[in-house]
Design a protein around this ligand. Structure first.
Ligand SMILES: [Zn+2]
Ligand SMILES: [Zn+2]
Length: 156
């Protein structure tokens, strides 16, 4: 997302303290990114893709944001789109990921911990991911069954 489009969007609030997040520009390789930081609790909101650009660890960031299943285990509401979030765990770090827009909420200190995990060479737990892939598959099947039913009903 370009800087201007991000600045033009509505103000977003911290999902924990409900104060407005402050934008902060971060120097990364390639175009800089602008992240949103809570001035009260120090939490960080990252749009989809920004975690990977910050960590420069595709394996770890995909593990946290891809195939995250359909069930919400998080108490938070996505500050970006208002959807339900899920908790994804890498090692002992629990991050909140939006099931809809793929944005990531990091509590204070979690980015540092992820950086550590990354530098130690992260290998995901495939069993956990297999369960979440299964959930997604079931959800798609339910959706296609519903679509089929609606098509049949429309023909009557
Ligand atoms: Zn906060
Ligand atoms: Zn969202």
């Amino acid at each position: 997302m370009s800087r201007s489009s991000k600045q033009a969007r509505r103000e977003i609030a911290c999902p924990r303290c409900w104060v407005a997040l402050q934008q902060e520009e971060v120097d990364v390789r390639g175009p800089n990114i602008i992240i949103d930081v809570c001035p009260s609790c120090g939490g960080i909101w990252l749009d989809s893709g920004e975690l990977n650009r910050l960590l420069r660890d595709r394996k770890l960031s995909s593990y946290l944001t891809k195939h995250i299943g359909t069930q919400s285990k998080s108490q938070l509401v996505c500050p970006g789109c208002g959807w339900l979030m899920d908790i994804e765990t890498a090692e002992e770090v629990d991050v909140d990921v939006c099931l809809n827009c793929g944005g990531v909420w990091l509590d204070a200190g979690e980015l540092e911990k992820l950086k550590e995990i990354s530098s130690e060479g992260f290998e995901g737990d495939e069993r956990v991911k297999a369960e979440e892939r299964w959930e997604e598959l079931m959800q798609r099947e339910r959706e296609s069954a519903l679509a089929g039913l609606l098509r049949r009903l429309a023909r009557r």
